[in-house]
Design a binder for this molecule. Structure first.
Ligand SMILES: [Zn+2]
Length: 267
């Protein structure tokens, strides 16, 4: 079954992963800019990374019939250095006209600090000024609910339509406030942390499939680039219809991402 993985970090994955995803039915992906597992020492490090996201990865994905898209930002973990963060943000507009750039992301909060909050607001303002979509990373564990509420307030304070913002890494205690405020919600399927496929299907059974998507967020850590089709299998095992699997893993990401005017699938 054709599917979209709307959050995956292919710069950290092998070519074999692209092949396995294509064989499993992946027709399109989106790759947010993120923390690379180490802090970059200069603005030029980010500029090189944006080059990889807008040129190298689309070409690598195309070899396997997968349409590649990206989101640009300086991630919240490296936003604590506001001088560096502002210098990186100043270079982002150079890349926003690249045809595979959907918007600004994954922005958000890591430790909910004042500096992170300021840089988050500057990213939101950039997205708003360019009329672009936003993809949001929410902090982990005990800070998640507080951080999620702070982020949603920051979006609302700038008058951005929540229907053009995806709040990612939602869990049982954050999915409802996100959906109730009109945002889209993403569930990240990790083998141990975040949502396992089983927990994700529990959430789908509790909240339905409206404005909800699933993603692997596979990166350089313990993660699974085939998590989206595996979650679909878990849904089918529990008796959900193929239409429901298609809605959460294809039609919903297609609906949200198509608002960019740039999203395409290879089918
Ligand atoms: Zn990510």
């Amino acid at each position: 079954m054709a599917y979209i993985d709307p959050h995956i970090h292919m710069v950290s994955r092998t070519t074999d992963d692209y092949r396995a995803m294509a064989l499993a039915g992946c027709v399109a992906i989106t790759e947010p800019a993120f923390w690379a597992g180490f802090d970059r020492g200069s603005v030029e490090g980010f500029v090189d990374y944006f080059g990889a996201l807008t040129r190298t990865e689309p070409a690598r994905a195309a070899q396997f019939g997968i349409a590649h898209h990206t989101w640009l930002c300086i991630n919240p973990k490296e936003s604590e250095d506001m001088g560096l963060a502002r210098a990186v943000i100043a270079r982002i507009p150079d890349f926003l006209d690249c045809p595979n750039v959907l918007g600004i992301g994954e922005i958000g909060l890591n430790k909910n600090t004042r500096n992170e909050m300021q840089i988050l607001e500057e990213h939101i303002a950039l997205a708003k000024s360019r009329g672009m979509l936003i993809l949001v990373h929410t902090p982990h564990l005990e800070d998640k609910l507080k951080g999620t509420m702070l982020i949603m307030d920051a979006v609302r304070n700038q008058g951005v339509d929540p229907g053009r913002v995806l709040i990612d890494h939602v869990e049982e205690h954050t999915v409802r406030p996100v959906l109730e405020r009109g945002f889209w919600a993403g569930m990240t399927l990790y083998p141990d942390t975040k949502c396992t496929p089983q927990r994700a299907v529990d959430i789908i059974e509790m909240h339905g499939t409206e404005r909800l998507w699933i993603n692997s967020a596979a990166d350089w850590g313990i993660s699974d680039p085939l998590a989206v089709p595996k979650c679909g299998l878990e849904m089918r095992r529990r008796g959900h219809l193929a239409e429901a699997v298609r809605r959460i893993s294809f039609e919903n990401p297609l609906a949200f991402l198509s608002q960019s005017g740039r999203f395409r699938t290879s089918v």
